[in-house]
Design a protein around this ligand. Structure first.
Ligand SMILES: NC(=O)c1ccc[n+]([C@@H]2O[C@H](COP(=O)([O-])OP(=O)(O)OC[C@H]3O[C@@H](n4cnc5c(N)ncnc54)[C@H](OP(=O)(O)O)[C@@H]3O)[C@@H](O)[C@H]2O)c1
Length: 252
C-alpha cells in the first residue's frame, strides 16, 4: 500500500490535470447529448453508456471502503452514503428515467467517463478506507454543517432541474425545447450548477484534498459544458430568453 504522502501527491497531480481539463473543455465539447458527432468512432446506446460510465463508484468505491483497514466511524459512513447514494441513483435509476431512445454515445466518451470515475472512486475509496480519521467533534463543526447544507441544496437543485428537463419529452421524442420553471428562469443549466454545489459542499464537509479534487473535476467538466449548452440554445432558439445566463445567475 502507498504512503499517505504519496497518496496526497497523486491527488495533487490529479487535481492539476482537472484544472488543465477545464481549459481544454473550452475548446473541445464532449460529443454526447445535443453535442453528439459522428466522427468520434464507434458508438453504443446512450442508456447503456451511462450505466457503464457510472459503474466504478457503485463497485470499486464500496470495495475499497470495506476492504480498507480504517476503523469506520459514523462520519466514515456518512461520506460513504453521500457519494455511494448519489452514484447508485446515477447508475441504476437515472439512465432509465431519461428519454433517450435511439440516441448513441461514442465509445471514446464512455471510456473517458469510466476512467474519470475509476480514478475518483479510487481516491475517495482509498481516503475513507485507508487514511480518513475523524474526531467525533467534527459532527458539530461549521465546515460539516455548512458543507452538508450546500450538498443537499445542490442535490435538490440538480434533481429538480433534471426532472424538468426529462419532463420536456414524451414517449420516444428526443427533440429539444426551451426549459422553463424553477431556476431555469436565471440560468440555462441549473442541473449542472446543482451538481457543482453538491460536490463543493461535500469537499467543505470532508475538508480533505481527496474530496476537493472531485469538486474541482466536477466544476472542470460542467462549467464548460453549461457554457456550450447555453451557446447552443442561443443558436437554435431565436426567442431564447436574453436575460438568462449559462450557469451562474447574473454572472456567467
Ligand atoms: N460530476 C460530473 O463531472 C458530471 C459530468 C457530466 C454529467 N453530470 C451530471 O449528469 C447529469 C446529465 O448530464 P448532461 O450533461 O447529459 O445533462 P443535460 O445535457 O442537461 O441533459 C439531461 C437530460 O435532459 C435532456 N435534455 C436536456 N436539455 C433538454 C431540452 N432543452 N429539451 C429536451 N430534453 C433536454 C437530455 O437529453 P440529450 O441527452 O438527448 O441531450 C438528457 O436526457 C446532470 O445531472 C449532470 O450534472 C455530472
Amino acid at each position: 500500500m502507498i504512503s499517505e504522502s504519496t497518496f496526497l501527491l497523486l491527488i495533487a497531480i490529479w487535481t492539476g490535470i482537472g484544472v488543465c481539463t477545464f481549459v481544454l473543455l473550452h475548446f473541445v465539447t464532449a460529443p454526447f447529448g445535443r453535442h453528439s458527432r459522428t466522427d468520434w468512432g464507434p458508438t453504443l446506446p446512450n442508456r447503456l453508456a451511462w450505466i457503464i460510465m457510472e459503474f466504478p463508484p457503485v463497485s470499486l468505491f464500496p470495495l475499497l471502503f470495506f476492504v480498507g483497514p480504517t476503523e469506520k466511524t459514523s462520519l466514515h459512513y456518512l461520506f460513504f452514503a453521500l457519494y455511494f447514494g448519489h452514484y447508485l441513483y446515477r447508475d441504476l435509476v437515472y439512465p432509465f428515467r431519461i428519454r433517450t431512445s435511439g440516441k448513441r454515445m461514442p465509445w471514446a466518451v464512455c471510456a473517458s467517463g469510466v476512467f474519470f470515475n475509476l480514478v475518483n472512486a479510487s481516491i475517495l475509496g482509498g481516503w475513507l478506507g485507508w487514511f480518513a480519521h475523524f474526531d467525533a467533534s467534527w459532527w458539530t463543526s461549521p465546515q460539516l454543517i455548512g458543507g452538508l447544507t450546500l450538498f443537499f441544496a445542490g442535490f435538490l437543485l440538480n434533481f429538480h432541474s433534471d426532472n424538468i428537463l426529462i419532463g420536456l419529452r414524451d414517449g420516444d421524442d428526443t427533440g429539444y425545447r426551451i426549459p422553463v420553471g424553477g431556476t431555469f428562469r436565471w440560468v440555462s443549466c441549473p442541473n449542472h450548477l446543482g451538481e457543482i454545489l453538491q460536490w463543493a459542499g461535500f469537499a467543505l464537509a470532508a475538508w480533505h484534498p481527496a474530496a476537493l479534487s472531485f469538486a474541482v473535476w466536477t466544476a472542470a467538466n460542467l462549467l464548460p459544458r453549461a457554457v456550450a449548452h447555453h451557446e447552443w440554445y442561443l443558436r437554435e432558439f431565436p426567442d431564447y430568453p436574453p436575460e438568462r445566463k449559462a450557469v451562474l445567475p447574473g454572472i456567467w
